[in-house]
Design a protein around this ligand. Structure first.
Ligand code: TXA
Ligand code: MG
Length: 311
């Protein structure tokens, strides 16, 4: 069932049931993070391996602090600036956080999402919400209530409809190392947004803690997605192939296409990326083409999602 009734959503959650929630990034599949049974159900519905931990969603900064043991100066600066918003923090967990949420890790990822319905919902609850993206594992994340309804709708109590997500790619996930911030997943808040606050960003290396979900193929379309240097050149070289292109600006090409932005606006491209990938999957074409994107600002998150869809 899809609806906009926050009280009804809260009631489902309080009874230990799952609902889908809108956030500014993507829709989440939410459950009472403190209930073993409810969280187990998240892993089952998503077909998510138990070793892939979940983000804890809280109503505000003070609530988030209850679930972690440290609050570095950089976390203070970033949360004051960006929460509610599209950045999540990896920090040592307090004993209130069940091991099922963190897949046994001593660290938990916390965030305060920025959507009026979900903030209202969180403020009514006496527990935080565990919420991965509301898709089956390794498929494209949902950015509308209808995306959720059409994939896992029949398995959950309620889809809280907050309209299309305003950001359209997942939150950035960061860890703290001394006075540096390490970006584990590029997302809605960019490296440039972080350094603008005077915070140093360190490149994430393989030896450091990783977001486990980052190690595997992810965000996959059903059809093969290929990143090419120049779409028209590729078409000229492969005239027999049936393809559809994801475009970052309006231009003439001899191929069906989905225009993600009229004029290479990175925010718009991020916002329509997952919808475009879904649409391309539904088309008659056999292959999805995209050009590589400027690795700047939210462009880094877009590049990351395209790479993972391709690999
Ligand atoms: O924007 C978002 O973050 C969305 C919305 C719904 O809030 N949520 C989301 O969750 O993207 P999910 O589960 O699809 O991605 C969370 C990522 C996964 O790659 C997971 O491995 C990583 O965060 N993660 C979560 N807890 C972790 C932990 N304790 N240690 C390391 N990585 C963690
Ligand atoms: Mg996900």
């Amino acid at each position: 069932m899809i609806g906009t009734n926050v009280a009804q959503g809260a009631s489902f959650l309080s009874q230990g049931q799952l609902i889908a929630i809108p956030t500014e990034t993507v829709y989440g599949l939410a459950a009472n993070a403190l209930s073993y049974e409810a969280v187990t159900e998240i892993y089952r519905v998503k077909n998510r391996p138990k070793f892939n931990p979940l983000i804890l969603h809280c109503a505000n900064i003070d609530e988030a602090k209850n679930y972690v043991l440290e609050w570095p100066e950089e976390a203070r600066l970033l949360s004051n600036e960006f929460w509610p918003g599209s950045i999540s923090f990896l920090l040592p967990k307090s004993r209130l956080v069940p091991d099922l949420i963190t897949a046994g890790s001593s660290h938990v990822v916390v965030r305060v999402p920025n959507h009026p319905l979900t903030l209202d919902l969180l403020s009514r609850l006496s527990f935080p919400l565990a919420a991965p993206s509301a898709n089956i594992s390794n498929t494209v994340s949902p950015t509308t209530a209808q995306h959720v309804e059409s994939s896992i709708g029949s398995q959950i109590g309620y889809v809280l409809d907050g309209g299309p997500c305003s950001v359209g790619v997942e939150s950035s996930i960061v860890a703290f190392e001394g006075s540096n911030v390490v970006i584990l997943r590029e997302g809605g808040i960019s490296q440039e947004d972080i350094t603008a606050l005077g915070i140093k960003v360190k490149e994430s290396t393989r030896s450091e803690i990783q977001s486990p979900g980052q190690l595997i193929r992810h965000y996959s379309t059903c059809k093969p997605l290929i990143i090419v240097k120049n779409i028209q050149e590729w078409v000229n070289q492969n005239p027999e192939k049936s393809a559809i292109a994801l475009l970052y600006e309006e231009k003439e090409i001899s191929l069906p296409c989905i225009v993600l932005s009229k004029n290479y606006n990175l925010g718009e491209i991020a916002n329509s990326l997952f919808r475009g990938m879904r649409e391309a999957d539904k088309s008659d074409a056999e292959i999805i083409l995209a050009e590589s994107i400027k690795p700047q600002g939210i462009g880094r998150a877009i590049a990351d999602r395209l790479d993972r869809a391709q690999s």
